[in-house]
Design a protein around this ligand. Structure first.
Ligand code: 5AD
Ligand code: SF4
Length: 421
């Protein structure tokens, strides 16, 4: 999400004649697009601001802007202002498109601008044009979240769930495909609850799959309670929909899932996984897991390990529970000590890397259709099920082209291959 928002910011600046600098040291304007989903991301912002303070000392005309969801939290802007009085602009998630205008105002003499106004309209202007040379092109289909998982800050800083019009999403995807895009990733906190009038996520995927061209569509994030059987079957039969599902489970314990307000049980989740395996050939599955949620016992954690070993994800995104002020979990009793959280995440990482290694080694000898996103001896490409394969392109420029690659070896879950001719 943030990567894509930053792409859109580049476009908004370019429209005002402001181009990208090659480094912060050579820039006239530095924008920090922040995230507050976990504490680690916020700590990095503070660390970066320390570095930028030094730049500002040697270049007093440097304009420093902080935007994104971190500033949208209560008292965050105050804290930033106090700790870093050299910041010129603080703005939140709703006014990104206005940032170039704010920069202009600072250039014409304004000392400090603060805009944390909440505007839950779809930010139309900055959706369509976006600067990206990446093979993978992102398209927002919705903003915000209404799920209120008890650990998560997103619903408080990104506002209520709202979907873009189907016609707008479609014309954006058509435009990207016309310009040569081969991989489109649809973005939303909870894509399965997409809705525009009578059109749901199934309708959106059907419409987008009908667009002419050689490309595939991925999407994230799916919520297990909302991913429907119809969508799973559609992915299975529609060639343009990649056989990849990112389905965050968060925990393998029913007790913890309840306290997280996830609204599904482990059994519900496993039923969805079984359906995915049944209807989507060679489905690639990934997930997010939080360890050390308040009150998580050794038994709860063992249940998470069990689930991971049962599902056998290609890849897992694993997080230590991070207390977010203002969320219900932050004031729950039974916060888990840091040392235990660290010990558990290490065990989880080890369990997953064993699985990833095994899943990679059985790919040796298989041939995958790969979308090439690199060049040279160690070119990389992504498969439809979202694995990465490294191969030598033999000097042919295959960037943004589909090629067939045979996997010749696997090392530490990484796949290596050669182009099939
Ligand atoms: N602590 C740790 N991980 C979190 N996530 C969201 N909020 C928190 C938190 N407070 C994780 C979830 C989510 C992913 C994007 O970030 O696993 O799926
Ligand atoms: Fe956060 Fe839950 Fe919404 Fe995902 S679904 S953004 S974890 S509240």
């Amino acid at each position: 999400m943030n990567v894509h928002e930053t792409e859109k910011l580049y476009a908004a600046f370019e429209r005002e004649g402001i181009g990208a600098a090659d480094s912060a040291e050579n820039a006239d304007i530095v924008v920090l697009n922040t995230c507050c989903v976990r504490e680690g991301a916020e700590t990095r912002v503070i660390g970066n601001l320390g570095r930028i303070k030094k730049l500002k000392q040697s270049n007093p005309n440097l304009i420093v802007a902080v935007c994104g969801c971190m500033t949208q939290q209560e008292k965050a802007a105050e804290m930033l202002r106090k700790r870093c009085p050299f910041i010129n602009i603080i703005t939140g998630t709703y006014s990104l498109g206005a940032l170039p205008q704010m920069v202009k105002a600072v250039r014409s003499g304004e000392k400090f601008i603060l805009d944390l106004s909440v505007n839950e309209e779809i930010p139309m202007g900055i959706n369509e044009a976006c600067r990206s040379d990446n093979v993978n092109r992102f398209v927002n289909i919705m903003y915000g979240c209404d799920n209120f998982c008890t650990y998560c800050i997103v619903p408080y800083v990104k506002g209520r769930e709202r979907s873009r019009r189907l016609a707008d999403v479609k014309s954006e995807v058509e435009g990207l495909v016309r310009n040569g895009a081969k991989e489109i990733t649809l973005l939303g906190q909870n894509v399965n609850s997409y809705r525009d009038g009578n059109n749901d996520f199934y309708a959106l995927l059907s419409e987008l799959s009908a667009i002419d061209g050689d490309f595939w569509i991925k999407f994230m994030t799916s919520h297990p309670k909302d991913l429907s059987g119809d969508v799973i079957k559609l992915i299975g039969r529609e060639k343009k929909l990649a056989n990849y599902v990112h389905l965050p489970v968060q925990s393998g314990s029913d007790e913890i899932l309840k306290k997280m307000n996830r609204k599904y049980s482990v059994a519900d989740y496993l039923r969805k996984i079984d359906m995915i395996r049944e209807y989507i050939p060679h489905a690639g599955l990934t997930s997010d897991i939080i360890v050390g949620f308040p009150t998580e016992t050794e038994e709860d954690f063992a249940a998470t390990l069990d689930l991971v070993r049962r599902v056998r994800y290609n890849n897992l995104f694993m997080f230590i529970y991070s207390k977010r002020n203002g969320t219900p979990a932050a004031i729950m009793e039974g916060q888990v000590p840091e040392a235990i959280k660290k010990e558990r995440i290490t065990r989880l990482i080890n369990a997953q890397s064993e699985i990833s290694n095994e899943l990679a080694s059985v790919c040796v000898g298989e041939t995958f259709r790969v979308l090439c996103d690199g060049r040279g001896k160690n070119a990389t490409g992504k498969t439809s099920d979202d694995r990465v394969i490294v191969f030598d392109d033999g000097g042919a420029d295959l960037y943004n082209r589909f090629v067939d690659v045979e996997v010749t070896s696997a090392k530490n879950s990484k796949l290596y291959g050669r182009i099939k001719v």
